[in-house]
Design a protein around this ligand. Structure first.
Ligand code: ADP
Ligand code: ADP
Length: 232
């Protein structure tokens, strides 16, 4: 379970203090696909950075799987962060490495042996449907294939939570649908919690169970996707 309790995040800017997240309360259940939607500047990316422990809130608590991310440091925080993975709009792949090497990268960092790594990479390649592309470089892949590499890499170390930051925003509609289908499949097979931020309503409508609508740092609506989007 993930909980954000009375979260306030302020930044200091040259024009004075700016409240990016303004008293947000959210609970996200295990194995849920939860969407956060809002226009640019609403505070979505800031929330994601709080959820992966990259930033600390100014006030409030961030709890991920019983650990208070907002109140741990150092080794404990680094270990906790390994259970939270992320995929990105522009994929953030290593361009000088092959598909297999990109996927193996987090396994290498985690200290897995070469033999185990090769087996794990093969499992992940199958899971995301990239069989035969192991030795390709990112520049040789379509956008959808690049995101499949991003997903495989994110899943390498068996995270409990997958954060998706505008993960389909650079893709055409058909490829977007394919990637969303893959995320649903992974959610059902592995039971991991998926949190997805986007400015695209159809992405939320297609796969999310619940949604929070953000405006100017606040959650202005929250509930089942059907309820939130079918109001008159
Ligand atoms: P979104 O992801 O919904 O576009 P953000 O979380 O990126 O929203 O931004 C929310 C607000 O916080 C914006 O006004 C943005 O300019 C500001 N902001 C985000 N990150 C920083 C930062 N590191 N320093 C100062 N202001 C920031
Ligand atoms: P897409 O258009 O599918 O979103 P891009 O090809 O634009 O992805 O790549 C995203 C980022 O990676 C860009 O910043 C781009 O400059 C960089 N990039 C793309 N191809 C290479 C490459 N072969 N070597 C190094 N960087 C690259």
């Amino acid at each position: 379970m993930i909980a954000l309790k009375n979260i306030i995040k302020k930044y200091t800017t040259k024009n004075g203090p700016l409240t990016a997240v303004d008293n947000v309360n959210l609970t996200i259940n295990q194995s849920e696909i939860f969407g956060i939607i809002g226009y640019s500047g609403a505070g979505k990316s800031t929330l994601i950075r709080l959820l992966n422990g990259l930033e600390q809130p100014t006030e409030g608590e961030v709890i991920v799987n019983d650990l208070k991310f907002s109140h741990i440091k150092g080794k404990e925080l680094r270990e906790a962060r390994q259970k939270v993975s992320m995929i990105f709009q522009h994929f953030n792949l290593l361009w000088s490495r092959t598909v297999a090497e990109n996927i193996a990268f987090p396994l290498e960092i985690a200290g897995m042996s070469k033999v185990e790594r090769e087996q794990r990479v093969q499992e992940l390649i199958t899971l995301v449907g990239l069989e035969g592309r192991e030795q390709a470089y990112p520049s040789q892949l379509s956008g959808g294939q690049k995101q499949r590499v991003g997903i495989a890499r994110a899943l390498a170390n068996n995270p409990q939570v997958l954060l998706c930051d505008e993960a389909t925003s650079a893709l055409d509609p058909e490829t977007t649908d394919n990637i969303l289908d893959l995320l649903v499949d992974i959610n059902e097979r592995l039971g991991l919690t998926i949190i997805l931020i986007t400015h695209e309503m159809h992405v939320i409508q297609k796969i999310c169970h619940r949604v929070a609508v953000m405006e100017q740092g606040r959650v202005v609506e929250m509930g089942d996707v059907l309820e939130v989007f079918q109001k008159p």
